[in-house]
Design a protein around this ligand. Sequence first.
Ligand SMILES: [Zn+2]
Length: 126
Amino acid sequence: MYREELEDDTKMENELKIIKIKDGLCFRIRDMIFVNENLEKQNPKLYLKAIHHETEHSPAYKFNDFFMDLKPEGTFFSSLSFMIRNPRSFKQLIPFFVYDGHFYIDYTLLFLYTILLSILVIKAIL
Ligand SMILES: [Zn+2]
């Protein structure tokens, strides 16, 4: 996942910071990777895959980042089982995130929810 800040005022750095969180699974904002504090201990393999995935994202959200998140990586079931064990990580599915007074949007999730909602609306009308 990649979450983009609304205003573009932060400087980019080359080094990625890993920040442990209680809510959510793993996502990236610019040079920061946010990862659930229990992931490394409970599932080291998934942790490494998730960190690797986030380092592959570009520093600014681009088309490639969008497609990267839609590509299956074989981590669906291990992610789901971790999320069931750590219910607060389900906050990963909320397409908005506030950190350090800044508001971030997950465009991939927002796009998927828009499609889903459109399908439901169309089905309700027809
Ligand atoms: Zn991603």
